[in-house]
Structure formats: structure tokens, C-alpha cells
Design a protein around this ligand. Structure first.
Ligand code: PLP
Length: 368
């Protein structure tokens, strides 16, 4: 028998996109893929070099606590980027990218028959992790009229954990600090943990987004960060959790059982990545150039771009059938309802193709 939770899950949406892409390629279509959010940007040579130099003759099992120099680099980065003084030993643990840590959080904190809540449309992993942990789940609709923020007054006292993700995938909406302050107030009143997935805080275009770590009282705040998008390092699998000592101690106890500590050579390359902002500025400039090419072409189609102030995504209101119309011309985008029912009527462009491909896609859009 297979675990019924697994058997009942629909195919992971991006697996469906990948299948579509393969079919098109096999049919000889030159696909420009705005589907999955996997950066095509090169990893900075300095980071790659650090990885090569760190490759030892023998690589032992990495420890769950991670290398002290990585935890210190992370704490320093949170200090300079968000003005938050983290203790490298008690408030940080490195993770294997952020997805695995997001997935397993509901097994680490006590959900005790209560509910794991998450905004919707959403990255699918909050829900899946909660279901595999046997928790109940509840969606919080993220609507345009509320700036894609959940209604915090609607939260009840049966909640164990609330997931937030700003800047938000798929809408690209940021959250102001006042939202996080109000969320912590509600967490104190109703006694829940806040899990903040901050994978996209470094991909911004007007002003740098804030972190949930910046609230006055971060005793209930668990933050997930990653080098995947910031430093175009998806394949390296390197991120961290920043959280109160109680949660970090629990993660250090849980994680050796799962075996998800990043390889030490990856950790050493990660130190170089967290210590450098120049390559991140260059990455932002590359995404900005792609936006400048694609946004006018989308607008020329008469479609409306909503939110989309940060992240690598454009969240677009487009007529029914647009995904298929674009596919016929070799342009692959994600249907908004991949991310939940509130995504119906939208499509998502992940600005991962090269600038040249974006120019070609812009021409295709203008010819629709
Ligand atoms: C919202 C969000 N969170 C987390 C992740 C996980 O990224 P990683 O595991 O590479 O850190 C992704 C990846 O696409 C994402 O979109």
C-alpha cells in the first residue's frame, strides 16, 4: 500500500508543466519557457570557484548544525540586510535549500490537532508538508482588493501555524512591516507560530522588502531563506532557517534523522555567496532588463499586470484560453489556478528565459 496522502495528491503542478514542455520540444517547437521559477542566470564565478576549492579528498557526513562560518555569515547578513542581531549558534540552522525545511516544519512544531493555515494562491509545499504531517489545513484567500495579504481578523483560535510568503509567489506582492507586526500580535493572542517563507526578498525593483524578522517581538517567528533565487543557486541546495532558540534546537534534533544538512563544500561556497551583494545587484539588474522588455508587450496585448513589484514573476490578468494560445506559439506560462483557486483568471510569467528569448517572446506577444 502507498501512503494515502501521497496517493491522493494531484501531480505536482510543475511536473505537469515539464511534461508539456517536453511534448512541445519533441514536436519540434522552439519553446520559450516562462513556466517554472528556476533561474537561468549563471552562478557568480567567485561562488563556483569557492565550491571547487572547498572540494576535499574525503567528504564526511555534514553535521546538522552546519559549519560555524556559514552560521556566522548568515547572522552577519541578517544584521546588515534587515538590522536584526541573530545569534549564530542558537538562532540559525543551514538547510538543504529551503523546500525540505518548509515541507517538514509541521513535523517539528506541535500542531496538536490544530490547523496549518496558508495564503492561496501559493507555492504548494506548505499544504503538502502539513498534510504529510497529519495536520489539518486551511487556506487564506489572497485577493487583489486586500493587496494579496490574508485577512488576519479571520484567523480563529484553532490555528497552530500560519505560513506567509512575501514577496509573494506567484503574485509578486510585498508585505509591509505593519502587516508582520499585526500578524505577531494575532500570534500572541491566538497562540500560533508564524512561518515566513522569504525566498524572494532579494529580487526587488523599487525598494528592498522587509523581513518578518524585523518585528519587535520575534519569539514566534520562523523565517526560511535561500540562496536559490538571490544567488541563482537552485542546484546547490543551500538556505537557512532563522528562528527562536527553542525552534532551532528542535530542528537540530530533528534534522539528523532526515539527513538534510547541505554538503560542506556547498556550505563553504554559500559563505562566499552570503558575504557578497555585488552579484545580487547584477542579478536584480538582469531581471529588471527582462521586465522592461516583457511588461510593455504584455500591456500591448491589453492584459493587466497586477502586484508584481518584487520576485521574478509577473502576475497577469489575461482572457480565458491565453495559456493555450501562447503555447501554440511556443511561449510557456503557468496558469494562475496552478497555485490555487484564487489564481483563476491570471497567468504567471517567470522571467527566467534569457534577455534575447524575452525579446523574441515580446515580439510573439505583440503579434497575437
Ligand atoms: C515561494 C517559494 N518558497 C520556497 C522555494 C524553495 O526554494 P529552494 O528550495 O530552492 O530554496 C521556492 C522555489 O521555487 C518558492 O517559490
Amino acid at each position: 500500500m502507498i501512503n494515502p496522502t501521497l496517493a491522493e495528491l494531484a501531480t505536482y503542478p510543475f511536473v505537469r508543466l515539464e511534461e508539456k514542455r517536453r511534448e512541445l520540444l519533441e514536436a519540434g517547437v522552439d519553446v520559450i519557457d516562462f513556466g517554472k521559477g528556476d533561474p537561468n542566470e549563471p552562478t557568480d564565478p567567485m561562488i563556483r570557484q569557492a565550491l571547487v576549492e572547498a572540494l576535499p579528498e574525503r567528504s564526511p557526513y555534514p553535521l546538522a548544525a552546519g559549519l560555524p562560518e556559514l552560521r556566522e555569515a548568515v547572522a552577519r547578513w541578517c544584521g546588515t540586510r534587515f538590522g536584526v542581531p541573530l545569534d549564530a549558534d542558537t538562532e540559525v540552522v543551514p538547510t538543504y535549500g529551503s523546500k525540505e525545511a518548509i515541507f517538514s516544519l509541521a513535523e517539528v512544531v506541535d500542531t496538536g490537532g490544530k490547523v496549518v493555515a496558508y495564503g492561496e494562491p501559493a507555492y504548494p509545499v506548505y499544504e503538502r508538508g502539513a498534510l504529510f504531517a497529519g495536520a489539518r489545513v486551511r487556506t487564506l484567500p489572497l485577493l487583489r482588493e486586500n493587496d494579496f495579504l490574508p485577512d488576519l481578523d479571520a484567523l480563529g483560535d484553532d490555528i497552530a501555524l500560519v505560513w506567509v510568503n512575501y514577496p509573494h509567489n506567484p503574485t509578486g506582492a510585498p508585505a509591509p512591516l505593519a502587516f508582520y507586526e499585526r500578524l505577531t500580535e494575532r500570534a500572541r493572542e491566538l497562540d500560533f507560530w508564524i512561518a515566513s517563507d522569504e525566498a524572494y526578498t532579494e529580487l526587488w525593483f523599487d525598494e528592498p522588502p522587509v523581513s518578518a524578522l524585523q518585528v519587535a517581538d520575534r519569539s514566534r517567528v520562523i523565517v526560511f531563506q535561500t540562496l536559490s533565487k538571490r544567488s541563482s543557486m537552485t542546484g546547490y541546495r543551500s538556505g537557512f532557517v532563522a528562528a527562536p532558540p527553542e525552534v532551532i534546537a528542535a530542528l537540530k534534533a530533528y534534522r539528523p534523522t532526515v539527513g538534510t544538512a547541505p554538503q560542506e563544500f556547498v556550505q563553504r561556497a554559500s559563505v562566499v555567496a552570503w558575504n557578497d551583494e555585488r552579484h545580487v545587484e547584477e542579478t536584480r539588474a538582469r531581471y529588471a532588463a527582462k521586465r522592461d522588455v516583457i511588461i510593455p508587450a504584455i500591456e500591448a496585448c491589453g492584459w493587466e499586470i497586477v502586484a508584481s513589484r518584487a520576485t521574478m514573476y509577473l502576475w497577469v490578468i489575461a482572457p480565458d484560453g491565453t495559456v493555450d494560445r501562447l503555447l501554440e506559439r511556443g511561449v510557456l506560462v503557468s496558469p494562475g489556478d496552478f497555485f490555487g483557486p484564487s489564481g483563476a483568471g491570471y497567468i504567471r510569467f517567470a522571467l527566467v528565459p534569457t534577455l534575447d528569448e524575452c525579446r523574441r517572446a515580446a515580439e510573439i506577444l505583440r503579434s497575437l
